[in-house]
Design a protein around this ligand. Sequence first.
Ligand SMILES: [Zn+2]
Length: 500
Amino acid sequence: MENSKYDVIVGLEIHIQTKTNSKMFCTCPTGYFQKEPNTHVCPVCLGLPGALPVPNKRALELCILMGLATNCDIAPEIHFDRKHYFYPDLPKGYQISQYKKPICSNGHVELSNSTVEIERIHQEEDVAKSTHHIETDTNKEYSLIDYNKSGVPLIEIVTKPCIRSGEQAKEYATRIRQIARYLNISDADMEKGQMRCEPNISVQKKGMWEQKGEEIVPIGKYKLNAKIEIKNIGSITAVEKSINYEVNRLIEALETNKEIIQQTRGWNANKNMTEFQRSKETSDDYRYMAEPDIPIIETSKENIEEISSEIVELPHERINRYMNKHMLSEYDANVLSTDRDVAIFYDNLFIGLDKHLKDTPTSAKLASNCITGTLFAWLNEKDISISKANLDIADLVQWNLALHSKEITKNKAEELLKESLNNNKNLSDLLDNFRKQSEKSAGNLTDIVKDVISQNEKAVKDFKDGNNASVGFLIGQVMQKTQGSADPNEARSILMKELE
Ligand SMILES: [Zn+2]
């Protein structure tokens, strides 16, 4: 969103459901997707009086793991607070969350050309799911509540207001999702609501504001323009689109002297626009108080060290390694690092190839092309992940080597790979068959070349007199006799040999 007069200021809150077997404060199972409503419930997650919450150790570890992966400081003590508000999907009348002392704070995430600062990551619990219906015969509206989701562990990752465009917000949200998946913190499946984004956006006059930590402050007598929040965005594309839409709307309002009112809006994906939900004059008063039923939990140095052993090579580290050590393009490095299973598959194929070729950039390019070409197309078409596909690294190494040595043409190689994938045939067997057949046809090709030479005395004489163009004519004759089935390079090399 280029505009010479204004700066775009965005902060992003991302909620992620972390991957635990049981809920945040009780032993009910977390897997609520497509389960019979209200079957994963107990007095704790139904908020019945007298029920006592017990924090889930694994959930806290996953929150800390996310903090470590995003360079946060980890608090020495974990404090829980009650955040009060009334809503039917919150039966206790409060959500157990963290207020002033989040588990993780002051982190950052590296993107391709920028860094996004993280203010905090805190632990909380999810609320129940309400659905709204209309009775068919009476047209009466009613709502149903499913408490299976109530109490599922949730982490909230909050950035400083340091994001400057919809595009950057999209890259950041993508990176957070990647990190969560790399570390098995969450599947972060947005269609299942496991990750939700809430940007806040304002547009300010250039040079009239500055960022001080978590705050945007005016310079001189400038009056800051109000901030807009967009709630519950369920796709990464919509993060970018909704921010761009709001920025355009806000700039237009400023240019036409319309007042900008602080408000909460929602994204309508069908209409590709944000819609007004409620205006917000002051910040909500949640009457936070320390949660009296959960004692303060200490995080020891040993705990943190143990959790940090779960950290694997992260997306930006892989991307840098692929670009700097393997000499892959930024595009290829990004594509291969998107999914950790793909990255591991690439690494294995690369190692297999480099054992033979001992040439890093060549091995890298071959492995990368092999995965991002036919393999990706096939995996997409069949809608299966690379780890579930029946792929053999050793076979693919042989296939790539044959392609690299030009023993096999690109078209033929693709044909064999597709045949192997579609019919679950062993790729090495297919390669062996191809080799036997091509030996046979090479014999045939020599005979054809000999025929062509004996039938075109003039062209042969021209060649011997130094007219190189006649070689093209002779190859054309060979191709004609084989009805185009011969490899022109092979025909040329046999022809040159026979001419000598
Ligand atoms: Zn429960």
